[in-house]
Design a protein around this ligand. Structure first.
Ligand SMILES: N[C@@H](CCC(=O)N[C@@H](CS)C(=O)NCC(=O)O)C(=O)O
Length: 216
């Protein structure tokens, strides 16, 4: 059985959500962040050289990196669910959005977040650059969702991977999506999913992190 090592208030909640959507059995081990630095519990350095979450264990396998974990779970246990197979019409969309979530959006969201957390103001050209680039990403996602309920057409693991910057990550630096109504509607669709609601509770949230009233 898979063990999920979950860091509270972190993207490892996505792995819990994935397992709940697939209705797979798993063991959940949750650890707090350091209250001052907000860095990961030292247990993660024993699990993985980078000391970050998520990490899963499955028998003799120990695996980090969210999208690698997703691929592992979908390949070995997913039975074809939450993905679009080669040859299907939206296959290219699925692999694009699946990989874009962590390889494209997350680095840009982190640039935005670090700038905002450092208190960058609009006179700082690097902060302005980070905001503008991030806005391009938000516009692309919003445009995609204007005519698609989910980024790959139907609900897939790509939606789960893509969600984090709009939910829990915005507790570190708010992401204003008021100008992106299709992202808002997509978040509301995801919030309505029972597996999401259960996963967020298990992940330690007392409120939905993707709803405007959240207080983390
Ligand atoms: N690309 C990695 C990022 C891992 C990562 O940075 N995780 C954060 C949680 S959101 C973390 O562990 N932060 C605490 C720390 O760096 O000490 C993944 O997707 O798994």
């Amino acid at each position: 059985m898979i063990t999920i090592h979950h860091l509270l208030v972190s993207q490892s909640e996505r792995v819990i959500w994935l397992m709940e959507e697939l209705q797979l059995a798993y063991e959940l081990k949750s650890y707090p962040r350091n209250p001052e630095t907000r860095l990961a519990d030292p247990i993660f350095l024993q699990l993985h050289p980078l000391g970050t979450a998520p990490v899963i264990q499955d028998g003799a396998i120990t695996l980090g990196e969210s999208s690698a974990i997703f691929t592992y779970v979908l390949d070995l246990y997913g039975e074809g669910k939450l993905r679009i197979a080669p040859g299907q019409p939206n296959y290219a969309d699925f692999i694009y959005w699946f990989h874009y979530a962590n390889a494209g959006l997350m680095p840009q969201a982190m640039q935005y977040l670090f700038g905002a957390m450092a208190g960058d103001d609009s006179s700082n050209p690097r902060a302005a650059w980070a905001r503008e680039r991030f806005a391009r990403h938000l516009a692309m996602i919003n445009d995609r969702l204007a005519n698609n309920a989910y980024v790959a057409g139907e609900f897939t693991a790509a939606d789960i991977l893509l969600h984090f910057p709009f939910g829990t990550m915005s507790s570190f630096a708010p992401v204003d999506i008021s100008g992106y109504p299709h992202i808002r509607a997509w978040l509301d669709r995801l919030s309505a999913r029972p597996a999401y609601q259960k996963a967020m509770k298990l992940a330690g949230h007392t409120q939905d992190p993707a709803q405007p009233s959240k207080k983390l």
